[in-house]
Ligand binder design. Structure first.
Ligand SMILES: [Zn+2]
Length: 478
């Protein structure tokens, strides 16, 4: 009889391996190998599969090599506690959940399965891969050492969270908390090695199987990354094709955080420090009014990016949020001395601010006044020179208006008189330039409505020169 004693005091009661005190499941690797050689692998696997087929789903203190579980159906939780497993692959299965407690597993692959719960706690896992999994309650990986964590094509398929007295029941939550030595967390990201690893374990992932990772909340909290100099710079948190509420809390990331193709609902950043860059691409950032009042004001303090910040092709439903994100991006580029990029974000920031002013809740005359102000700002600051970031634009506008628009106006209204009785179009052109530059030689002069047009042109010409000089100086004479 096996002498392994369970935590509850009961004995194992399986038949022991000859020459050992333990059964095939509980015999440690070295002892088994010295007694039986390679044959121990077979025996362990056979015993494990037989126990599984008999409805046993609780494994404590077991030593396993490659445990592969296919098309497993069960109403019970599959539990591994205080166990050592080289690789655990679960494929095409439908069961209540997988629980790993205080165990050491080199690689866990949970693939194409339906579960309620996944819990990893107090364990040491090198690679944890959750791929194409439908879950109906929660996924939680906490207080463990996980080097590579991949969550691809995984969705919450439970009922919509019920709201009672404003308190949401925490269903559909993926929680990654209290992890140590992390090198990479990837949500729906391509990872060149992953395919190879899967193939090694006999898992065939079809090409078309990519889905958005859809959850109510993805919480990544208190994660400490691998600080070994060799891996430090490679540390990454990549999120792609994710939909839900993203909460990043208490993170100190040496490398990058990349978010792309995602729909971030009210993202929260609490004490997040990124030593390299933050890149958000092709994503929608959708926030509610509560978010704008609580999370937004503290965002510049809570989110610190030491490198640069890129926000590309993103859509915001709230101009205040848009303004703050673009401002963070602008200051990051200013810090690094790239004023060209900083200007791009400055322009976006100003446009967002203008939008925010239009959205401001004001009434009556005040609102009308605001609208006019915004219109003027658009006309004089944006249209003429993109808030002082584009010096070519005032020149082009000036050339077009002075050389085409005004000559045509004078020509059509026949409102210029000169020395000769018949004027060619070139004469109108000449008159227009003389007026716009306020030279005023006096050989031609406007009559009738031409006086008004000429006055406007003189004002326009002077204004645009001033704009051009200012913008040019701002750009090149720092
Ligand atoms: Zn045993």
């Amino acid at each position: 009889m096996c002498e392994y004693v369970y935590e509850n005091g009961k004995k194992c009661r399986l038949k022991a391996v000859e020459g050992s005190k333990y059964c095939p499941l509980h015999i440690p690797y070295e002892e088994g190998e010295s007694l039986m050689g390679e044959e121990i692998k077979n025996l362990k696997d056979k015993t494990f599969q037989r126990r599984l087929n008999r409805g046993q789903s609780y494994f404590e203190g077991v030593y396993l090599y490659d445990a592969t579980i296919k098309e497993y159906r069960s109403e019970k939780m599959l539990v591994f506690k205080n166990s050592q497993i080289k690789s655990l692959v679960i494929e095409d299965s439908e069961f209540k959940g997988l629980i790993l407690i205080n165990s050491t597993v080199d690689r866990v692959i949970l693939f194409h399965s339906k579960i309620e719960v996944l819990l990893v706690k107090g364990s040491t896992v090198f690679g944890l891969n959750v791929l194409q999994v439908d879950f109906s309650s929660n996924i939680s990986v906490r207080d463990s050492s996980v080097k590579y964590l991949m969550l691809n094509s995984t969705q919450y398929v439970g009922e919509k969270a019920e709201e009672s007295y404003g308190e949401k029941s925490a269903k559909g939550v993926v929680e990654i908390a209290g992890l140590r030595d992390v090198r990479r967390i990837g949500i729906n990201t391509r990872y060149p090695l992953l395919r190879k690893i899967l193939e090694e374990h006999g898992v065939n992932v079809s090409e078309g199987g990519r889905r958005t990772v859809k959850v109510n909340s993805l919480i990544i909290r208190d994660v400490s990354f691998d600080a070994a100099p060799r891996y430090k710079r490679q540390v990454r948190l990549s999120i792609g094709g994710f939909s839900g509420n993203l909460v990043l809390e208490n993170l100190d990331v040496f490398g990058h955080i990349e978010i792309s193709w995602s729909n971030l609902k009210s993202p929260e950043f609490v004490h997040v420090l990124i030593h390299s860059n933050l890149i958000i691409r092709k994503s929608h950032i959708t926030v509610g009014p509560t978010w704008a009042m609580t999370v937004l004001p503290s965002l510049p303090i809570e989110l610190t990016v030491s490198g640069f910040m890129i926000i590309e092709d993103c859509h915001f439903n709230n101009p205040y949020a848009e303004e703050v994100f673009y401002r963070l991006a602008r200051t990051s580029w200013e810090r690094s001395g790239d004023f060209e990029r900083a200007d791009e974000y400055y322009y976006l920031e100003m446009v967002a601010r203008r939008k925010a002013r239009l959205k401001a809740r004001r009434k009556g005359l005040r609102k009308l006044f605001d609208r006019f102000e915004v219109l003027f700002e658009w006309l004089f600051a944006d249209l003429t020179c993109k808030y002082g970031t584009d010096w070519k634009r005032p020149i082009l506008i000036w050339l077009f208006i002075v050389n085409v628009l005004f000559p045509v106006l004078f020509f059509v209204t026949k409102s210029v008189q000169g020395l000769s009785s018949s004027l060619s179009f070139l004469d109108y052109e000449y008159f227009s330039i003389v007026t716009a530059t306020t030279l005023g030689y006096g050989d031609y002069h406007p009559i009738g409505v031409g006086r008004i047009i000429a006055s406007v042109e003189a004002l326009f010409g002077m204004f645009m020169w001033a704009v051009f000089l200012t913008v040019f100086a701002r750009k090149y004479m720092r």
